[in-house]
Design a protein around this ligand. Structure first.
Ligand SMILES: NC(=O)c1ccc[n+]([C@@H]2O[C@H](COP(=O)([O-])OP(=O)(O)OC[C@H]3O[C@@H](n4cnc5c(N)ncnc54)[C@H](O)[C@@H]3O)[C@@H](O)[C@H]2O)c1
Ligand SMILES: O=c1ccn([C@@H]2O[C@H](COP(=O)(O)OP(=O)(O)O[C@H]3O[C@H](CO)[C@@H](O)[C@H](O)[C@H]3O)[C@@H](O)[C@H]2O)c(=O)[nH]1
Length: 429
């Protein structure tokens, strides 16, 4: 396909990645965001997301004249062939997806879109949204297409340019083919489906991943009671080709900006159709249980009362390789401990410069988190935690106890340094 004129609205994880990658694919892209300071930083070449390759790709697009940033998305929309909505759809009060940003932008651009333009919903939006947006646009000459995004944070560019699949959902076949054509040089099959099915694929995928992890975390709890080793169990499961081999690591529950809000929104949609989805409901409940289990282990390690105890936290982000703290299981565990009176000091490679994160005093070094602590809890799977010099940590901690919620360290190595170690779904034999 020839180069297309594209406007991307929203410059977060999805919008910036979409803009940078579509420019890399040869398109002419304008990225807009209401956050004027973010736009100024982007114009100066500053990217505040920890995404490998994103800064380079943005710089490449700008240098080639194929990429620019604006605070006012309206003006460029008048000349756009495609408008990608990459806006936030956070959790509303009852678990529903809050579509206010999407609705407001669609209202703003309604009269500005040129004939033949395609509005592409890349945000995660509930079933029926593309059709509803088409009705609210009330433009026979403008199509709405659902094109959900499946990238993971920390690998956004790689996932966008080398996706497992591209899903394009539309009730207008021609519009769907035009959107699929934008990705012509990407080596992945574009699945063309109706808009409603495309919207469900996105929620169905995240719901499935969340359920898979809750199951693994349930197994980890069983392993703790039976003496089995969850790592050996999941390794054995992986050898059955019907069990997809990734996404099987036990941990302190799943989190992030997507899985929690999307599972809540899926349940909300199901309920509005009179569908219960008991399995997904149980997976969400299990997730709260597994977060609480980590906090309970810490309290046990402090002799049943954590009030006034100093607890060191290793990791605050929802997973490694991102600076994102949204719905982080580490922070959920921290909150549970703070409610019981613990004093928290935390270290995270992506948050070292912050003064405080939700009641946790942030420190610039893992040893400072451990200093004089009664217990240390490893909550995020940053590789650097596996490499720590545990002798040095033992030298500064008050009580050498490590709760490893991610099974990130070698239990024998920490035991050699004098630590009592409590893993997840495994014990030291
Ligand atoms: N983060 C992910 O890994 C990921 C992956 C796939 C899909 N998604 C979905 O993509 C959507 C965006 O997620 P995100 O993580 O990129 O969000 P984000 O919070 O990182 O970014 C959203 C951006 O939109 C801007 N914005 C808000 N209102 C605006 C408006 N009216 N006009 C212009 N800009 C506006 C914000 O300033 C922000 O920069 C959500 O629906 C999310 O569920 C996210
Ligand atoms: O084996 C695993 C894998 C993940 N996690 C946890 O699960 C959560 C989610 O991880 P991940 O899926 O890698 O994070 P996201 O970047 O939020 O990506 C998810 O959410 C995005 C937004 O919808 C989707 O696009 C992605 O496909 C989907 O993987 C995190 O707390 C991880 O620590 C585990 O505990 N064990």
């Amino acid at each position: 396909m020839d180069s297309a004129r594209i406007v991307v609205v929203g410059c977060g994880y999805v919008g910036l990645t979409t803009g940078a990658c579509l420019a890399r694919l040869g398109h002419d892209v304008t990225c807009g965001d209401v956050d004027g300071e973010k736009i100024s930083r982007l114009r100066r070449g500053e990217v505040d997301l920890r995404e490998p390759g994103l800064g380079e790709l943005l710089a490449e697009g700008v240098a080639a004249g194929r990429l620019r940033f604006t605070e006012d998305s309206a003006q460029p929309v008048t000349g756009a062939e495609f408008v990608f909505l990459c806006l936030p759809t956070p959790r509303g009060v009852e678990g529903e997806a809050d579509l206010s940003a999407v609705d407001s932008v669609v209202g703003d651009i309604r009269a500005l879109l040129p004939p033949g333009a395609v509005v592409v919903a890349k945000s995660t939006v509930p079933v029926g949204t593309a059709r509803r947006l088409a009705r609210s646009l009330a433009r026979e000459d403008v199509a709405v297409v659902s094109n959900p995004e499946f990238l993971r944070e920390g690998r956004a560019v790689e996932d966008f340019l080398h996706p497992d699949r591209i899903v394009v959902g539309a009730d207008d076949q021609r519009a769907a083919e035009r959107v699929a054509g934008l990705y012509a040089s990407v080596q992945a099959r574009a699945e063309l489906v109706d808009s409603v099915s495309a919207e469900v694929v996105k929620y169905a995928s995240n719901g499935y991943l969340a359920t898979k992890l809750s199951y693994v975390n349930d197994l980890a709890e069983l392993c703790e009671h039976t003496g089995a080793d969850v790592e050996a169990v999941t390794e054995g499961m992986k050898r059955d080709h019907r069990v997809a081999p990734s996404f099987l690591s036990a941990g302190p529950g799943w989190g992030g900006s997507c899985l929690p809000k999307d599972t809540a929104a899926l349940l909300h949609t199901a309920a509005s159709h009179g569908v219960e989805m008991p399995l997904l409901r149980a997976a969400i409940r299990a997730n709260g249980h597994h977060q609480a289990r980590v906090a309970d282990k810490v309290v046990e390690c402090c002799g049943g009362d954590v009030s006034g105890a100093r607890v060191g936290l290793l990791g605050l982000t929802f997973k490694a390789h991102t600076g994102d703290l949204r719905d982080s299981p580490a922070l959920a565990v921290a909150r549970l401990l703070a409610e019981r009176g613990a004093q928290l000091r935390g270290y995270d490679p992506a948050c070292a410069e912050r003064v405080a994160v939700e009641g946790v005093r942030c420190v610039a070094d893992p040893r400072l988190a451990a200093e004089n602590a009664d217990v240390l809890v490893l909550l995020t799977d940053w590789p650097e935690f596996a490499e720590l010099d545990w002798e040095q940590v033992a030298a500064v901690i008050r009580t050498p106890v490590l709760v490893d919620a991610r099974n990130q360290v070698d239990p024998r190595e920490v035991a050699r340094a004098g630590f009592a170690w409590r893993g997840t779904g495994r014990s030291l034999r």
